[in-house]
Design a protein around this ligand. Structure first.
Ligand code: 5GP
Length: 123
């Protein structure tokens, strides 16, 4: 899938839409999710144009990959959940219900999060 420069995260990166920023560096931006599903729900996105984790992991240069994952850890520390714990989620593609076609990691935290995933039956 080609990268769509009109997606909401691209617009946030260009400053066309606001966000509640948590952390930013040369590689990544982290901000609160507009529709939080946990007491802490933060999104971390790389600044490059990558559609999904599949695209990002296969095509991004090593410094972009390392910078992004360091930013995920730094964001968790900045929001104060590194000790209490957190869950990372990266939806990739249709079966995962990825809504925004710019790769991102969700950080969920702030309370016990329950089981990892409701069991899904095979098709
Ligand atoms: P996905 O299903 O693609 O993994 O998750 C996309 C996430 O982006 C959703 O949790 C949704 O609430 C969040 N989101 C969508 N539009 C916006 C927006 O304009 N601002 C912020 N902060 N979050 C958004």
């Amino acid at each position: 899938m080609a990268y769509d420069r009109s997606n909401v995260f691209a617009r946030i990166l260009r400053g066309e839409l606001p966000c509640k920023r948590v952390y930013e560096d040369d590689h990544a931006l982290a901000f609160h999710d507009i529709n939080p599903l946990a007491p802490v729900h933060v999104l971390v996105i790389p600044k490059g144009e990558y559609v999904s984790m599949d695209d990002f992991s296969a095509t991004a240069p090593a410094d972009a990959l390392a910078g992004f994952f360091r930013a995920v850890g730094e964001t968790a520390r900045r929001v104060g959940v590194a000790e209490s714990g957190y869950r990372l989620l990266a939806n990739s593609g249709a079966d995962a219900n990825q809504e925004v076609p710019h790769v991102h990691v969700h950080i969920f935290a702030g309370a016990p999060l329950g089981p990892m995933l409701k069991k899904v039956a095979a098709r």
